[in-house]
Design a protein around this ligand. Structure first.
Ligand SMILES: Cc1ncc(COP(=O)(O)O)c(C=O)c1O
Length: 429
């Protein structure tokens, strides 16, 4: 293509000088096409070094919910940078973190009242698992050292988070022999799977610390949806068998599925919830593990050994907390959930055109998550390159093409994304 040479010409010096020294995520670097150089972002646009603008269908792994470079977040971070970029959270406290904790607690259902900050989703999950294990130790109950996790789940790439993800279906199968073994079972979607889970719990509850679930949407594991009823069943089963329930809302939190939090749609309250991704509106790394009063009380003691011994260096980073507070302002001031509903309706209409096309197994939409599931994708890299040629950034995973745009995307931009998806799916037939 003529613009291939233009693209090569436009390769900036910083790219050529550095690309051989970075180790890329989830990439067989020997065979995969190299990443495209980006020089700027704005709204739902990614500007490349060769001057092209891509419409972004992923919002940078589901973080940039207000679009890129939102002036309100930028100003908040700039103000914070001048005053207090970071102080350690051990022995010191600062306004942005405390304000954010108070606001998160006000948004989440009671009695989720204690926020432990960290710096990535995987670490928030590690903290949740550790809290659950120590909850039982502090309560004097021994042997509750395993978790119930679900087929199709993805909770992160660190060892503990991998161990509660679906190792067989996911990308971490090679590690299955070295990770702690937990119970992995189907989500209780129907009577048979609910009965199987009930049987498992009846037999093993005294070995189990908690159930961990991604509420409503299993994200990176394949963008699979389930009904609210599944979560109500999990809450009831956890209660019946005296287990904690952890909802990993790292993907679903902050409006992605149509309500501020997915557990809210089901009317359930987990004992621990994990948040990250859209927490800072896609600007700075930050995560939170929020625990209920009951969990926190098990750590509240005169005995120092009952404290939670965890404290990431950059936890509660002041810049990130300022960004998160500004992001929450935007949720309060602008009609984000209405935008999510409009995105859902448009994706339902436009991605719906894929229904019945060859190889299309399913088309589904939940909030601002639109999915076209194919029978298989043989060459993921080629498909990703095809989207780039159409000036959109869409990155299919496994056999799934999905859109998770910024909530501020315009109908025109979203239309260009869905058009590209339909064209690419048609082109495969
Ligand atoms: C539900 C869920 N949990 C945890 C994680 C891990 O988050 P991070 O990549 O920030 O470690 C992800 C990331 O995709 C996720 O979707």
């Amino acid at each position: 293509m003529a613009d291939e040479s233009a693209r090569r010409r436009a390769t900036p010096e910083w790219y050529a000088g550095g690309i051989d020294h970075v180790w890329l995520p989830y990439t067989q670097m020997k065979t995969a096409p190299p990443p495209v150089p980006v020089v700027r972002t704005h709204g739902s646009r990614i500007v490349l070094a060769d001057g092209r603008e891509l419409i972004d269908g992923i919002a940078s792994w589901w973080t940039a919910c207000h679009g890129y470079n939102h002036p309100h977040i930028r100003q908040a971070v700039e103000r914070q940078l001048a005053v207090l970029p970071h102080v350690m959270f051990g022995g010191l406290a600062h306004e942005e973190a405390l304000r954010l904790a108070r606001r998160l607690v006000a948004m989440l259902p009671r009695p989720l009242t204690r926020v432990f900050f960290s710096d990535s989703g995987s670490v928030a999950v590690e903290v949740a698992l550790k809290m659950a294990l120590q909850y039982w130790l502090n309560a004097g109950v021994r042997g509750k050292v395993r978790f119930v996790a679900f087929k199709g789940a993805y909770h992160g790439d660190t060892l503990g988070a991998m161990a509660v993800s679906d190792l067989d279906a996911g990308m971490h199968a090679a590690f299955s022999g070295v990770l702690p073994r937990h119970f992995r079972i189907d989500l209780p979607r129907d009577a048979a799977s609910a009965a199987a889970l009930e049987t498992l719990l009846a037999r093993h509850a005294d070995e189990i610390a908690a159930i961990i679930v991604e509420p409503l949407v299993q994200g990176a594991g394949g963008m699979r949806f389930h009904e609210e009823e599944v979560l109500r069943r999990l809450r009831a089963l956890a209660d019946r068998h005296g287990l904690l329930l952890i909802c990993d809302e790292i993907f679903t939190g902050f409006g992605r599925t149509g309500t501020m939090f997915a557990c809210e749609a089901a009317g359930i309250v987990p004992d621990i919830v994990t948040l990250s991704k859209a927490l800072t509106g896609g600007t700075l790394p930050l995560a939170a593990t929020v625990a209920s009063d009951r969990v926190f009380r098990a750590f509240w003691s005169d005995d120092p050994a009952k404290a939670l011994m965890h404290g990431p260096t950059y936890m509660a980073n002041a810049l990130a907390c300022a960004a998160a507070n500004a992001s929450l302002d935007l949720f309060a001031q602008e009609a984000r959930l209405r935008q999510v509903a409009a995105i859902a309706a448009q994706m339902e209409r436009e991605l719906g055109l894929c229904r019945g096309l060859p190889d299309v197994r399913d088309v589904r939409v939940r909030g601002a998550v639109g999915v076209v599931e194919l029978a298989e994708i043989r060459d993921l890299d080629a498909l990703r390159a095809r989207f780039l040629e159409l000036d959109v950034f869409v990155r299919p995973i496994e056999n799934v093409i999905y859109l998770t745009p910024a909530f501020t995307i315009t109908p025109d931009e979203l239309g260009r994304l869905t058009e590209a998806v339909v064209a690419v799916v048609r082109g495969r037939g």
